[in-house]
Design a protein around this ligand. Structure first.
Ligand SMILES: [Zn+2]
Length: 235
């Protein structure tokens, strides 16, 4: 199958989804990524005394290291304004994402849930854009058949920070167990982001995720949870 991950910033793919991508690649699936910005506006840039543009270059270089480690099928990197997705004309933004989806024709699309985990406005914007496009395309023969939201379940709270949002257990549809090599992939991809070490350690990202990754699935209900995003897809 073809799985397309859509995230606004460098590192979004590594703060949880990367071990699942690793597992899917290992299973022979195509894993495509879209990152919409270079993430230069992060507050972390002040510690390094870098301008938004300079920080964007640092993060692009880090993302290219992740590409080497993870080896996704394709990784499309755009240079839209970090923190600026809400300021864009939504018709233009949707049209850009639509063209990419049509060129890849994924079976599954993955993005952030409605709460965006961190609540970052770019995360909320990409959730809305992707959900609308999925609903528009799902009935086409070559359209995506499943929309999944990478999330943190409630039972893993107590970590992250005061702003971290969680999904209640009743809304979780898929929990993917991680094997040792998947966990290694999580570690290896996260640690490509040298400029983000403080955040990775302060948020206790690896500890917070534990040994499974959870997803909500739009307009589907699975109890018991699916253990693989490609299971039970309507075609
Ligand atoms: Zn982000």
């Amino acid at each position: 199958m073809k799985i397309l991950y859509i995230f606004p910033h460098p590192d979004d793919e590594s703060f949880g989804p990367s071990p699942v991508m690793h597992q899917q690649l290992k299973q022979g699936h195509e894993v495509h990524l879209l990152t919409l910005t270079l993430g230069g506006a992060t507050a972390e840039r002040h510690k390094l005394n870098l301008s938004i543009e300079e920080m964007g270059k640092v993060r692009l270089a880090e993302m290219l290291k992740v590409k080497q480690v993870l080896q996704p099928t394709t990784w499309t990197m755009w240079e839209l304004e970090d923190g600026g997705l809400t300021k864009m004309n939504p018709i233009i933004l949707e049209d850009m994402v639509l063209k990419l989806i049509l060129s890849i024709e994924p079976n599954i699309i993955v993005t952030y849930p409605q709460h965006g985990i961190s609540g970052h406005f770019d995360h909320l914007t990409i959730h809305s854009v992707t959900k609308r496009l999925f609903c528009q395309l799902k009935d086409l023969q070559t359209g995506p058949k499943r929309l999944a939201f990478f999330t943190l379940p409630e039972n893993k709270n107590g970590t992250g920070n005061a702003h971290t949002k969680h999904t209640p257990d009743e809304d979780i549809d898929c929990v993917i167990p991680l094997h040792d090599d998947d966990l290694q992939s999580l570690h290896d991809t996260l640690y490509c982001y040298e400029s983000y070490m403080d955040v990775i350690q302060n948020y206790r990202v690896i500890e917070q995720l534990g040994n499974s990754i959870s997803f909500e699935i739009w307009d589907e209900n699975h109890k018991p949870f699916l253990t693989d995003l490609t299971d039970k897809i309507d075609n």
